[in-house]
Design a binder for this molecule. Structure first.
Ligand code: PLP
Length: 360
């Protein structure tokens, strides 16, 4: 992973002879970068040690003191923390638009300082979809850069760079890894104007991935389309079942007909992630916890995109927002894995019985 032995001392100083040391990326990382660039329709793609680093590196690379970022109020929590703590302390401002804002409203929120629009679509926890092609085109016209967190589409169901976005990032931790056994992020660009500062920032910060991890991500890529499609198929079955239950007020899932983002999703996406929000009818934290602990197949755990189904209780995380939404009930997040959806539904029926007991 670190040392490369040479036969010829002259090759050790030859810039064109390939890597001389592990931090320059060895074979597995280079193969993975090439495959991801291909997948994203990118001129180049880089690897960083986490999905969060894939979000933060382009911002570090492209923003300067005095600039500001505009993003959704439903942004992934750790990305929000990076804006509010790290960037703020270095003179970069952050503005937040409503998660369901129209394109016109988002453009109206751009200021003279706004250098970059950070898009996350669908957004975290409440899964609002953005009109990415329209936003990318309008931002380009105004000289505002666009960076999109595309973890939900796994670089597969939506290709941001094809729609005019400048930088597409994703947490490979989720679907590309696919087995909940690695942390990694990728950053893909359409050209050198944004690519060069990103490459230099990665070099300066020394953020690389180990060959073993790159190999795991490469192996995940081989089955990505199969897992992604199968999990989406199951997720829709489970989401439709939940939507019809009296304990459930609303399922937040763009792939579900009737979801506010459904038309945009049908227009722009060729598939869906297997994660959605479930707004319960009223309830309490105690009832949510009773539901969760009654489940046998769903793990109580963060992350998603792996082989196994997971559930989290998210009501408290909404308080981080500038304008927390009033959903009228507890918010759960479900990730659907590769289990049989009939088994998952039977498990959820058991969870809903515990929910009813707890609110009785
Ligand atoms: C998980 C996640 C990340 C961060 O990925 P890590 O590898 O856990 O750092 C970034 N964005 C979104 C939308 C995510 O869900």
């Amino acid at each position: 992973a670190s040392t490369l032995l040479n036969d010829d001392p002259a090759a050790m100083r030859d810039e064109g002879a390939g890597p001389v040391y592990g931090i320059e990326d060895l074979t597995a990382a280079r193969e993975l970068r090439a495959a991801l660039a291909d997948l994203e329709g990118a001129t180049e793609a880089w690897l960083v040690p986490s999905g969060l680093a894939a979000v933060t590196v382009p911002l570090i690379a492209l923003l300067r003191p005095g600039d500001a970022v505009l993003t959704t109020d439903a942004l992934y929590g750790p990305s929000r923390r990076f804006l509010n703590r790290h960037l703020k302390a270095r003179g970069v401002g952050a503005d937040f638009h409503a998660p369901d804002a129209s394109v016109a409203d988002i453009l109206a929120a751009l200021t003279d300082r706004t250098r970059l629009l950070l898009i996350e679509s669908p957004a975290s926890l409440t899964f609002e979809l953005a009109d990415v092609p329209a936003l990318a085109a309008a931002c380009r016209e105004r000289g505002v850069l666009t960076v999109m967190d595309n973890t939900w589409a796994a670089g597969l169901a939506f290709r941001p760079l094809d729609h005019g976005v400048d930088v597409s990032v994703q947490a490979l931790t989720k679907y590309v890894g696919g087995h909940s056994d690695l942390l990694m992020g990728s950053i893909a660009v359409a050209g050198p104007a944004v690519g060069r500062p990103i490459a230099e920032t990665i070099e300066d910060l020394g953020w690389r991935v180990s060959p073993d991890d790159a190999w795991l991500a490469l192996r995940g890529l081989r089955t990505l389309p199969l897992r992604y499609a199968e999990q989406a198929r199951s997720a829709l079955i489970v989401a439709e079942w939940l939507q019809a239950r009296p304990e459930v007020a609303r399922v937040l899932y763009p792939a579900l007909p009737g979801d506010p983002g459904h038309d945009l999703w049908r227009r722009d996406y060729t598939g869906a992630a297997s994660i959605f929000g479930v707004v319960m009818r009223g309830g309490s934290e105690i009832a949510a916890h009773a539901l969760m602990t009654a489940l046998e197949l769903f793990g109580l755990g963060y992350s998603w995109g792996g082989f196994e189904s997971l559930i989290t209780h998210e009501t408290g995380h909404l308080d981080l927002r500038r304008a927390p939404p009033t959903l009228g009930g507890e918010l759960l997040r479900l990730h659907i894995g590769l289990e049989d959806p009939a088994d998952l539904i039977a498990d959820l029926a058991q969870g809903l019985a515990a929910w009813r007991n707890a609110i009785r």
